[in-house]
Design a binder for this molecule. Sequence first.
Ligand code: ADP
Ligand code: MG
Length: 699
Amino acid sequence: MADMKDCGMDCSAKDIAYGSDVFNEKAMREYLAKDTAEALLHTMRDHTPLDPSLANEVAHALKQWGMDRGATHFTHWFQPLTGSTAEKHDAFFEPAGMAETLARFSGKNLIMGEPDASSFPSGGLRRTFEARGYTAWDVTSPVFVKRHSNGATLCIPTVFCSYTGEVLDKKTPLLRSMQTLDRAVRRLMACFGEPDGHVTITLGAEQEYFLVDKALWARRPDLVQCGRTLFGASPARTQQLEDHYFGSIKPRVLAFMEDVERELWRLGIPAKTRHNETAPAQFEMAPMFEELNLAVDHNMLIMETLRNVADRHGLVCLLHEKPFAGVNGSGKHNNWSVAYNGKNLLEPGGNPQENAVFLAVLAAIIRAIDLHADILRASTATLGNESRLGAHEAPPAIISIFLGDELNEVLRRIESATSADAPGRKGGKLRIGVDTLPPLPRDVTDRNRTSPFAFTGNKFEFRAPGSSQNCSGVCMVLNTIVAESLDVLADAIGKLPKGRFHEGLGKILRAVLKDHKRVLFSGDGYSAEWVAEAKRRGLPNLRSVPEALACQIEPATLDLFAKRGVLMPTEMHARHDVFLAEYDRRVRLEGKVALEIARGMVEPAAAGELGALAKALGDLRAVGLEAGAPALRERAQTIGVRLEALHAAAAALDAALDGPPPAIQAAQANLRAAVDTLEGAIDDARWPLPKYRDLLALH
Ligand code: ADP
Ligand code: MG
């Protein structure tokens, strides 16, 4: 629940109204009868269905609460397969007789919506003649008010499905995956003799982004239409001085960040950390982690807020994974963990029992990532992320796990089963009560920035997701594959005879490690050696989006997601089709925009300069001046040759635009090389696009 006391921060500054725009516990107690508030809170906490008889009363309270905050409209707020959020606003007001209106918002409006949804991508699940889609309130995520410059809207987080019940959004499978993981964790805990308890899956999503000046942005059609630069020669100064990361934040940027935070705090989003990132004009914001479903909704709101507030500051926030070639791209590190009755299972514990559970969960995760690295990779496969992953400053497209020296040592000893630890012998180490298992380090502090999936002491940090992605797809996969492995472990552990439990557990862990340790890697993930080594180990290296997405519709994947009740085969196929089609469309769009810029802006600029040089040469000759003529001639010659190259590359791209994506991308890369080379030869004043030098130097 978004509440001041939960934010864990000092929210005492006078103008900070933490959670004031969220229908949180405080608001419920104020606007609802006591019993109704309790019932709603219970529903939210325990993920139980809402009692329909309460809907009208809750709706009435929400309307009142929203209107007290200036809301005139309400909307079901959902997450279609486009990757952003969707909303269709309806006014509270309905005509009531002569020139009068009545504010109306019923339980029916709250619980269910029926947007005419034929234009959302559905992968064929919903044809235009059966256009109806339904949105239904996700009671586990609180209602909030979104403020605009001239009003406010009451937003109801919802799931989105078709008339026949197939899911059309990103939230539903996430919720389903949370359920399957919840069940698997409880089952494993039962195997360890723990009483049934509450499972909490948590996510802390670090968000990287770039800021550019809006006036410069507006003069770059590539940024405006594709979110990234399609051209631009590398300037002399990029990030080689390494002076941006954690550098002091410029006042203009800080003012922006402060506004963003104030807006997020009102929405109960615990924005916590802000800093300069590696590339010039690149930044990061990280909220404190929250329950997964809420954290995902909050990340969507964070991205929207970054964009909106930037606009007010004469800036544009670029969430694209690789807006500029030659400097670092942006990711979204997904910090993920699971707690049982409030105890983080990924934290080595205070007693042998907790540590045995920790090792079992760790083994399950190692198994899951090794077996399903391809599906996890697929969840990060977008065109924007394609140019980031494996590009020497981002984690590779090869999925591997980093555990750190100490845990590696623990696992090595489990595998070789040599250590019989004497109770309480080593200070600072925790015994796990399994004679054949070694003690665990108390504090794991190693860091490896090059690993896509790194253990960071009490959570896993998945670094491959792109900065613009909705976290739900990634976490949905993670939950599902880990649930499957937990069940496999629980199957084995559940069969262990009572007296030989610890010995048997050691054997089970050993077998898992033996089969799946190939996915563990501590070295430099950016190196060429790792690519070769990973190949030897048989780990997939899926570079392009189509390659990465292919595994989604393999029978084993369809079976896994269907059995776990997360996505039915038709739903998975539909998603696969939507993602592939989106990739295809975006590649084509970028190709077209590149061609427009090359032909409509760059070629004329080069031709203009060539003409001017030719005229100047003629003029020199006419007055009999020789000095300078060779220099002008050489300059004209260079531009002429480069212009020819550009012209040919543009024609090749034009021809490729009807072909498959790889052909378009190759032709576009050639065109980019031609344009970027030309940039160095042309008068700065004539160059039609703001240069990297200016875009990256934010003042
Ligand atoms: P670092 O990775 O440098 O240790 P932080 O501790 O600041 O960084 O954590 C980075 C992100 O991970 C933050 O969003 C933080 O809230 C989140 N995080 C911390 N603990 C957990 C957890 N148990 N589950 C999920 N996310 C977590
Ligand atoms: Mg970071």
